[in-house]
Design a binder for this molecule. Structure first.
Ligand SMILES: Nc1nc2c(c(=O)[nH]1)N[C@H]1C(S)=C(S)[C@@H](COP(=O)(O)O)O[C@H]1N2
Ligand SMILES: [Mo]
Length: 256
């Protein structure tokens, strides 16, 4: 038996007409899918926007955020480095809400315990609390990272010291710059994670003005956008506090 015959026996003849039918059918499917795509695109573009993103996309982002948040493990630590890994020339990025100078004789950290009940603390008050060093790989959503060295008081230690127990049970911490032009919201588990500090030193020296003097947040479990510089006001809330970059379309939690 020749090879040719072997195949012939098992190969069904495809008639020209059935071939044409299949072609027409697949073309119709293709046309329907294209029409559906165009329709979906038009529909999407007529949807209202919410916080800088089309509403259906924002909803998808929020659903993704929920899933990511539910998998966040507060006992998980960000990788720790040694002092010799840390860069000497720390990049400066993001100057929204940064004053040219801050006078620490008048600067106070305002901790809003409740409406009309604000604790006002000087830099000395904060520097008296136990100091920890945090050396970690600082990551910016713009796509760069560097190992940097910071020191300050863990936010958890700070809150315990000032008896902010009921506040620790709330869902979020809100932070604002002195001029309130840059602001972030932090979920409480991340805020209370042991490497999250109210930071007043970089490379064993007071923070430079453009890196947040006198006080900034360092929160290694989050991207750079959450590491607010020149902290002025802190408050607590069960609802998501307004967040500068979330309002511009970025992920609210910005977790790593
Ligand atoms: N007040 C204030 N804090 C800010 C920003 C900002 O624009 N204003 N930018 C954030 C961003 S996007 C990053 S990456 C880090 C950069 O910190 P650095 O300047 O110390 O490197 O600061 C964060 N904190
Ligand atoms: Mo950033």
């Amino acid at each position: 038996m020749s090879r040719h015959n072997f195949f012939d026996k098992r190969t069904k003849e495809i008639s020209n007409s059935s071939y044409r039918r299949k072609m027409i059918f697949s073309f119709l499917i293709f046309a329907v899918l294209v029409a559906a795509g165009i329709f979906a695109w038009k529909w999407l573009n007529h949807q209202p926007t919410e916080q800088g993103a089309l509403k259906p996309l924002r909803k998808t982002l929020e659903a993704n955020e929920k899933i990511l948040q539910s998998t966040f493990d507060t006992s998980k630590k960000s990788k720790v480095y040694t002092e010799k890994d840390a860069v000497k020339n720390v990049r400066v990025n993001g100057l929204v809400g940064m004053e040219k100078t801050i006078d620490t004789s008048t600067w106070r950290l305002q901790v809003v315990r409740a409406a009309g009940d604000t604790l006002k603390l000087s830099l000395d008050d904060i520097e008296k609390l136990p100091k920890v060093h945090v050396i970690f790989d600082f990551k910016c959503i713009e796509g760069w990272s560097q190992v940097t060295h910071w020191a300050g008081v863990p936010l958890k230690t700070f809150m315990d010291y000032y008896h902010l127990n009921t506040q620790e049970k709330m869902n979020y911490v809100g932070l604002q710059t002195v001029d309130k032009k840059y602001y972030v919201g932090i979920d409480m588990p991340s805020a209370l994670q042991s490497q999250t500090i109210l930071c007043y030193e970089m490379n064993n020296k007071p923070l430079p003005m453009n890196q947040g003097y006198p006080l900034r947040l360092i929160i290694p479990v989050k991207y750079g956008i959450k590491h607010l510089k020149q902290l002025g006001t802190m408050y607590f809330s069960n609802q998501k506090p307004p967040d500068y970059w979330a309002e511009r379309g970025y992920d609210y939690y910005a977790g790593l």
